[in-house]
Ligand binder design. Sequence first.
Ligand SMILES: C[S@@+](CC[C@H](N)C(=O)[O-])C[C@H]1O[C@@H](n2cnc3c(N)ncnc32)[C@H](O)[C@@H]1O
Length: 282
Amino acid sequence: MKITTYYKIFYRHRVEKANILLKFYIFIILPFRYLINLPFLPKVINLDDHSKKNEELFKKDLDYLFEYFNSDKGEFYINQYMQPIKKNNARIDAHGYSKIYEKYFEKIKEDKLNVLELGSFYGNAAGAFFYYFKNSKIYSGDVFPDLFRYKSLRLKNFYINTSSEKSINNTLVKAPDNFDIIIEDASHTLPDQIISLFLLFKKLKPNGVFVCEELDFPETRKDMNLNNEHPDLKQILLAIKSNKDFNSKYINDADKNYFLKNFKSIEIFKGKINEVAIIQKK
Ligand SMILES: C[S@@+](CC[C@H](N)C(=O)[O-])C[C@H]1O[C@@H](n2cnc3c(N)ncnc32)[C@H](O)[C@@H]1O
């Protein structure tokens, strides 16, 4: 983890709210805090080697793997948002999406797929997908790719900023790869959720699945919908499901028409804490 990433993840929000004295104090202590955290950072693991000694993981279900790799998509996890030095081992409630995902993924998990996750963090879900989709290539994008802690010939980790249409277009839309599964777990803000789905739907292969995690964040959290805008992605998806029209400044006509012509189904599920949308392509 670079010192700039360490600052942005653990201190930027505090600095934004701090008075001048506190700001000064934080910038003085920051390099020391960074240095003492370094030995506690998780080491990079080569999963091609790891899998030779842990073959039984290829047979595990998604929930087991999410918990093994500490993704917040499973039933329980250990808080991954603490500074490494402060991390404790208490199991806390996670989103509980595994059972929902198994309904869609179990029948295709042996296939050779391209699976993309946006918002990969330490690579916790990528590690789980490496074992669950054992013949697939896993693509993991994040605004902080230096956090990623797994390596494999089947893993590709890269920089993307899903708050920027330009970044999504240059990194994914213009690239040759298409995906069987796209899971959007990045910033969860209102514009980013809408833009990611409508820009990337054309990158899904036929019968592909697009997942938007924490769909209800813009509805339930002020910081995810700072300008109190409507419609949010949930409202758009519900309008489409009831054959109603919708308008959003974040979607151009070509992408809107492409989506309406090519989606097969839209389902919204409640996990243990938040909602998740699963959209299937024709
Ligand atoms: C909730 S964490 C992801 C958890 C992880 N997927 C898992 O299963 O445990 C959200 C991640 O999204 C990333 N992120 C936030 N805003 C982003 C953006 N605009 N573009 C790309 N990644 C972003 C953060 O750096 C963080 O790593």
